[in-house]
Design a protein around this ligand. Structure first.
Ligand code: HGY
Ligand code: MN
Ligand code: MN
Ligand code: MN
Length: 401
């Protein structure tokens, strides 16, 4: 039997993009395709039948596909310069849990599948959980196919390059109807389990979460020849937006607002930018609070654009309302595992998308640094094994004959 840590070590050498350091791949990116091949081989070694659905999500079946399948899974793509656990831990724990169950001669009493969702981070096309959103129809095919990545390739181009048919992208009734219950194991992205001194916990809720693109347009000009009083420099209102994200979020309880990506055009050191694109990630415990944070930030950005004689266009790139996981299923997990803590997560997950369609639950594994979306993200081997044991117990209980 291979441990989760051994499997994580194995995939560290597959599909890693050295340019960004650490673990970072985009969905549908050539380096991620290699990783998907690795997963397919590992699933095959465990006698799981692998298929790729029309939206690029991978399903590894123990037993004939659906209906009323018990499904577990997560994602393999990551953010630029991300950590090695966010996504992969859920996938390798599924493989290791199958090893545990097979070793004890367990035979599932219902179809059981291990999934890998495509493009969960939205790192390439800007929409998080794209694979699960397309599967469920939360994102319509038409809205997805025209999405462009930073090199100008469309999602349709990427789908073709991945060997899929753009005409078949979209809500997959048959695949969705196969899922009876879904459980995702994930490294915790925060300090909850550290403070609770527990290796494993179950999720209660996910924040309402959206992404907006602010485009400030001004007057491109020469850095030396343009007097300060006659500039329309979009970098000024862009900077104001970054600062307002901090004070707006601090004034709305439990909310978070982040600017992690700013792109001036043309981006020359001696050039006053003509446009500046700023991406805002905003989240809060409910829809109303997220919206109010974004409204405050947008008002400040509009005023700053006016003051600098710049134009502003705002585009909502993605949005997902707050998720409250199925309490009955959560209670089943707590019963199966014996008194594990239940806690919320600030991070988004494919489980959050599926929760609108099937009873869904999440397991978290302690992260001693509490850091995520950065190389410091971590889970100790003993806690990874506790996660595998917990997942195997949950799968055994829920898939019992
Ligand atoms: O961004 C998120 O919340 C998740 O880690 N994709
Ligand atoms: Mn993530
Ligand atoms: Mn994740
Ligand atoms: Mn996820």
């Amino acid at each position: 039997m291979t441990t989760a840590t051994e499997l994580l070590t194995a995939i560290r050498d597959v599909g890693t993009d050295p340019r960004r350091g650490g673990y970072s791949r985009h969905g549908f990116d050539p380096s991620e395709l290699e990783l998907r091949e690795w997963f397919t081989a590992e699933a095959g070694k465990r006698g799981l039948d692998v298929e790729v659905d029309r939206n690029g999500n991978i399903w590894a079946w123990w037993g004939a596909p659906g209906p009323d399948a018990l499904v577990t899974g997560s994602h393999l793509d990551s953010v630029p310069g991300g950590g090695a656990f966010d996504g992969p831990l859920g996938v390798v724990s599924g493989l290791a849990a199958v090893d545990v169950l097979r070793a004890k001669g367990f035979q599932p009493g219902r179809p059981l599948a291990l999934m890998v969702f495509a493009e969960e981070e939205g790192g390439r096309f800007g929409v998080p959980c794209l694979g699960s959103r397309l599967l469920t129809g939360a994102t319509p095919a038409a809205a997805a196919l025209n999405l462009k990545d930073q090199s100008g390739d469309t999602f349709a181009d990427a789908v073709k390059a991945a060997g899929l048919d753009p005409a078949r992208i979209g809500r997959d009734e048959q695949a969705l109807s196969r899922i009876g219950q879904f459980v995702e194991l994930h490294v915790e992205q925060g300090r909850g389990l550290i403070d609770l001194d527990a290796p494993v916990g179950v999720a209660t809720s996910i924040l309402a979460h959206g992404r907006w693109r602010f485009r400030f347009s001004g007057q491109g000009n020469h850095a030396g020849a343009t007097p300060m009083g006659s500039r329309h420099d979009p970098m000024l209102p862009a900077s104001q937006l970054v600062l307002s994200a901090r004070w707006a979020a601090s004034s709305v309880d439990g909310s978070r607002a982040t600017v992690g990506r700013i792109e001036p055009t043309p981006g020359g050191t001696n050039v006053i930018a003509s446009t500046v694109d700023v991406w805002l990630d905003a989240r809060a415990p409910n829809d109303g609070r997220t919206r109010s944070v974004v409204e405050r930030i947008t008002a400040a950005a509009k005023q700053a654009a006016r003051d600098e004689g710049c134009e502003l266009t705002v585009t909502e790139e993605s949005y997902g309302d707050a998720v409250h996981f199925d309490s009955a299923l959560r209670d089943e997990l707590v019963t199966a595992l014996g008194n594990v803590p239940a806690l919320p997560t600030g991070a988004g997950h494919d489980a959050g998308i599926l929760a609108a369609h099937v009873p869904t639950a999440m397991l978290f594994v302690r992260n001693p640094t509490g850091v995520s979306h950065a190389p410091a993200e971590h889970a100790e081997p003993a806690d990874c094994e506790a996660g595998v044991e917990a997942l195997a117990k949950v799968l055994e209980k829920l898939a019992h004959k």
